[in-house]
Design a protein around this ligand. Sequence first.
Ligand SMILES: Nc1ncnc2c1ncn2[C@@H]1O[C@H](COP(=O)(O)OP(=O)(O)O)[C@@H](O)[C@H]1O
Ligand SMILES: [Mg+2]
Length: 223
Amino acid sequence: MQPVIQFEDVVKIYPLKAGDVTALNHISFEVQRGEFISIMGPSGSGKSTLLNLIGCLDTPTSGDIFVSGTRVRAMNDVELTKLRRDRIGFVFQYFNLFPLLNVIENVNFPQMLKSGKDVNPDKAKEVLHAVQLEEQFYTHTSTELSGGQQQRVAVARALINDPDILLCDEPTGNLDSKTGASIMELMTELNRKGATIICVTHDPTVAKYSDRTIRIVDGCIAS
Ligand SMILES: Nc1ncnc2c1ncn2[C@@H]1O[C@H](COP(=O)(O)OP(=O)(O)O)[C@@H](O)[C@H]1O
Ligand SMILES: [Mg+2]
């Protein structure tokens, strides 16, 4: 079977005035379709850099990344935009919702990017139902929601275009343990329905939900 993600000898160097920072140092690995992967490692080890490269938000200094067998380096801007918009969902530690938009508007945003004005009005409700946010909150702005509710909205937004790859960077990092557990159960449920999930965390409790852990230390895969 073709891996959904494949890294071949990937290096990421951030050039800084004070000296180059090697964030990823010759990384190779594969993720198969339908896997639930956790990426663990100390702070500064390169986890977010790795996730950003998987999500094609950034490009490697050297090496190659393949998504479903397609070499990312060979894709043009239009193809990359489509890939990010239609196949990849992102969930961030700080939720990254638009504060002035209400819940429905936040969730619909990627759908608008995809189809212009012709958004399916039922789709936002469907994904909000999936993340179990009560309807009474749908017209609230994100500033009127708790952290756990905001993260549910962020997950719903990540799901609106039916991505087959869900990338999460410390999705429970700003939640209490009970709310964090319910977000992770939600991920597990999405994974059961077929999504490939890659979740960065430094929390072993979170990693327990995954099938497999990739450990990163100083930009290298440790095991
Ligand atoms: N945009 C950037 N510019 C310069 N250095 C960066 C940038 N992003 C990350 N780094 C550096 O790369 C290394 C890995 O960072 P990061 O991937 O954020 O690690 P983690 O997510 O594991 O904490 C760190 O030394 C960090 O300071
Ligand atoms: Mg990070």
